[in-house]
Design a protein around this ligand. Sequence first.
Ligand code: S3P
Length: 161
Amino acid sequence: MVGLMGSGKSSIGRRLARALELELIDLDEYIVDKAGMSIPAIFAAEGEEAFRDRETAALREVLGRPAVIATGGGAIMREENRQLLKAHPPVIWLKASPKFLARRIKGDSNRPLIAGGDVRKRLRALAKIRHPLYKECADFILPRADMSKDEAMVAILEFLA
Ligand code: S3P
């Protein structure tokens, strides 16, 4: 699962994993467990590039496992990661507008890329860069804002069937 912050990758991924009787691997949680530090702490102590290195390493470790994998919103930023994702289909993009996402993640202190700014504006800037990259990787695009989490899950299961 790929998509911007707040698109529901982890929560829909969890339901999907349950339905498919697979493990859910939340890449952010995987990185945090390995590092023994929270995501804001990794960004503060090591910077974004080091976080991205950890993210690429984690992706390499988990892709190919029989699991639903919820990636972090920026996992598609590196060409290397996009190639990895494309080599492990299906990639599902939970697509939503910055307006929809901003309402969901406003005030979230666990996301350094939106901390202390105009969240909708930040998301708009991220969407401009990232939407083409999600699209490049996606086998299935789910219009997230048009559906409840349960409906989203049903749509994904239909696609997989
Ligand atoms: C990021 C998204 C976050 C997390 C980190 C960076 C991003 O994951 O990996 O804060 O670059 O969009 P979520 O999409 O799960 O919030």
